[in-house]
Design a protein around this ligand. Structure first.
Ligand SMILES: O=P(O)(O)OC[C@H]1O[C@](O)(CO)[C@@H](O)[C@@H]1O
Length: 527
C-alpha cells in the first residue's frame, strides 16, 4: 500500500471508539473542497433532521410526522407518541412472555411453536433481515413468511409447516391493512388452517393501523391480539416498531439491545460536527459518488453470511425513500440511488468481475465484521497458519485493493460482531443517512406515490381478466382472437391478450392455439 493511501486512511476514517463502529471513506475520490462546498446543504439537512425529530410534518404530501427515531428514544417524542411507544413496548414483552410460557396457547391447548408472518415490503423485509441475521435453530420459535401473492410460493411454505400448523401463530402485518398481496396470503393461510380443522382466529394476530380493514376484520373475528400502528411510522422504517419487534422477540431476539444500538447511533449522529457524523458522511459520499443525482449505484457487500439480506432490506429503505420524480418544490428531478449486493466473498465469484473491469457506474460499501467466529478458539485452520475467517478478511482486503487500483470508489463500515445491538446500529446509520441525503437533494423521503400506479394498473388488469373469461364462456365453442375479445369487452387489446394467455394457462377448459403472431392466436372454451 502506498504512503498516500495510508495517510488518506488515517485522515478519512471516523471511529466511534466507545461503540466499536467505524466508517472509512479514504477510497472515495472526493476533492478536499467537497465538504466545504456542501456546507449550506449540510446545514439545511441538520435543521431538517432537528425539525423532523421535533415532530414537524416532515412528510408534507401525506401530512404526517415521521417518528421512527422516537421508537428507540421515546423521550424525544411528543407526549401522545411517547405514551404509545411505551405502551407498545410493554405490550410486546407481555405478549411474547404469554406465548412463550403458554399462557396464550394454540386452539388445541398446546404452546405455539412457530410463527407464520404474512406481510410484504416494510411489513416483511425488516423481520426477514432480523430473523436471518440474529436467529438460528435454537430460537424459541421459527419464522416462516408469506410475502407475495405467488400461489406456488404460498403452497411451498404451507406444505413446509405441515402438521405444525396446529401450533403456528399467524402474524398478519399491514400498516394500511389493505395491501392485496397480504390479504391474499391471509385468505390462503386461513383456508389452510380451516382445511386442517383449525379456527384461524384462535391462531391469528394483527399488526395494523387502527380501524384499517385488517384491524376491523381481526376485531370482528376475535383474533388473539391486535397491535396498533401509528401513522407516524413509515412501512420501510417500521422494523423498530411493533412490526419488527413482535416477530423479533417471539424468536428470542434481545429487542432492548436492538433498540439500544439504534439509539446510540442516533445520538452520535445527531451532533452537527460533520467530520464526526457517520450518517452525514455516508449521505455525503452518496451525493459525491452520484453527483447528487444518483448517477452511481450503491453495491452493498457485507463480508458475513448473516448480513446477506441487508442489501435487500436497504433496497426498500433507500430506493422507496429516495426514488422520487419531484423535489419538494415540485420540480421534476427523478432522484434515486439504486442498491444491490449480497455478500462477500460469494459475490466475488459472480459480478465482482464487472465491478473491477467493466462499466464504472457504482460505488461499493463494504461491511466488515471484526469477529470471524463466535466460538473463538475453534479449530478452523484450513491450511497451516490460516483460518476460514482469515480467508474471508483476505478476500475483503483483496477486493477493496483491486477495486481501488482500478479507480472504483469504495468505503467500509466496520462493526465488531453481528448481534442485536449492531444490527440496530447499522439500520439506524442507514436510516439517518437516507434522511440526510433526502435533505441534501431536497426531496420527501417519506412518501411513495409511484407505487400507486402499479397497484391501479393491476386492478384494471383483474377487471379485464374477469371480463375476458366471461366473454369466452358466453361464446363457448368459438375460436376468438384477442382482438375479438377486446372489442367484445371494450378493453385494451394487449391487456386482453395477456389476460387470455393467463386464463388459458390456469384453467383446463380454456384452449390457447398458438399462431405465428399473438394477433393471430385464438382462444376458446369448449361448448
Ligand atoms: O404495510 P402495508 O400497508 O401492507 O404496505 C406494505 C408496503 O407497501 C408499500 O406501501 C408499497 O406498496 C410499502 O411502502 C409498504 O412497506
Amino acid at each position: 500500500m502506498s504512503t498516500s493511501n495510508w495517510t488518506r486512511f488515517n485522515q478519512h476514517i471516523t471511529r466511534y471508539r466507545e461503540l466499536g463502529i467505524s466508517l472509512d471513506i479514504s477510497r472515495m475520490q472526493f476533492e478536499t473542497s467537497f465538504f466545504g462546498d456542501m456546507e449550506s446543504k449540510i446545514a439545511r439537512a441538520y435543521a431538517d433532521m432537528d425539525a423532523l425529530e421535533g415532530g414537524a410534518i416532515a412528510n408534507p404530501d401525506e401530512g404526517r410526522m415521521v417518528g421512527h427515531y422516537w421508537l428507540r428514544n421515546a423521550e424525544l417524542a411528543p407526549a401522545e407518541q411517547k405514551a404509545e411507544i411505551e405502551r407498545d413496548l410493554a405490550d410486546i414483552k407481555a405478549f411474547a412472555a404469554d406465548i412463550h410460557n403458554g399462557t396464550i396457547t394454540a386452539a388445541n391447548g398446546e404452546k405455539f411453536t412457530r410463527v407464520l408472518l404474512i406481510g410484504i415490503g416494510g411489513s416483511a423485509l425488516g423481520p426477514q433481515l432480523v430473523s436471518d441475521a440474529l436467529t438460528d435453530h435454537e430460537a424459541p420459535m421459527a419464522l416462516s413468511f408469506l410475502d407475495n401473492t405467488d400461489p406456488s410460493g404460498i403452497d411451498k411454505v404451507l406444505a413446509g409447516l405441515g402438521d405444525e400448523l396446529a401450533t403456528t401463530l399467524a402474524l398478519v402485518i399491514s400498516k394500511s391493512g389493505g395491501t392485496a398481496e397480504t390479504r391474499n396470503g391471509m385468505v390462503e393461510a386461513k383456508r389452510a388452517y380451516e382445511a386442517a380443522g383449525l379456527d384461524f382466529a384462535k391462531h391469528a394476530t394483527a399488526i395494523t393501523g387502527i380501524d384499517s380493514k385488517l384491524d376491523n376484520l381481526a376485531k370482528q373475528e376475535g383474533w388473539i391480539k391486535r397491535f396498533p400502528m401509528g401513522d407516524w411510522v413509515g412501512g420501510r422504517t417500521s422494523v423498530m416498531s411493533v412490526v419488527g419487534l413482535v416477530p423479533a422477540i417471539l424468536q428470542g431476539v434481545d429487542i432492548d439491545q436492538f433498540l439500544a444500538g439504534a439509539r446510540d447511533v442516533d445520538e452520535k449522529t445527531r451532533q452537527k460536527n460533520t467530520s464526526e457524523n457517520l450518517a452525514m458522511k455516508l449521505a455525503l459520499m452518496w451525493y459525491h459518488a452520484g453527483n447528487g443525482k444518483g448517477e452511481k449505484d450503491m453495491v452493498v457487500l457485507p463480508y458475513k453470511d448473516s448480513l446477506v439480506l441487508f442489501s435487500k432490506y436497504l433496497q426498500q429503505l433507500v430506493m422507496e425513500s429516495l426514488g422520487k420524480e419531484h423535489d419538494l418544490d415540485g420540480k421534476v428531478v427523478n432522484q434515486g440511488v439504486a442498491v444491490y449486493g449480497n455478500k462477500g466473498s460469494t459475490d466475488q465469484h459472480a459480478y465482482v468481475q464487472q465491478l473491477r473491469d467493466g462499466v464504472n457506474n457504482f460505488f461499493v460499501t463494504f461491511i466488515e465484521v471484526h469477529e470471524a467466529r463466535q466460538n473463538l478458539g475453534a479449530n478452523d485452520e484450513v491450511e497451516p497458519g490460516a483460518t476460514t475467517g482469515d480467508f474471508l478478511q483476505g478476500f475483503l482486503r483483496g477486493t477493496r485493493s483491486a477495486l481501488s487500483e482500478s479507480g472504483r470508489e469504495n468505503m467500509t463500515i466496520s462493526i465488531p460482531t453481528v448481534n442485536a445491538y449492531y444490527l440496530g446500529s447499522l439500520i439506524a446509520l442507514f436510516e439517518r443517512a437516507v434522511s440526510f441525503y433526502a435533505s441534501l437533494v431536497n426531496i420527501n423521503a417519506y412518501h411513495q406515490p409511484g407505487v400507486e400506479a402499479g397497484k391501479k394498473a393491476a386492478g384494471s388488469f383483474l377487471e379485464v381478466l374477469k371480463a375476458a373469461r366471461g366473454f369466452l364462456a358466453d361464446n363457448a365453442g368459438t375460436d376468438l382472437t384477442a382482438t375479438d375479445v377486446a372489442k367484445g369487452i371494450d378493453a385494451d387489446v394487449e391487456s386482453t391478450y395477456h389476460a387470455l394467455v393467463h386464463a388459458a394457462a390456469n384453467a383446463s377448459g380454456i384452449n390457447h392455439t398458438l399462431a405465428s403472431t399473438p394477433e393471430e392466436d385464438t382462444f376458446s372454451v369448449e361448448a
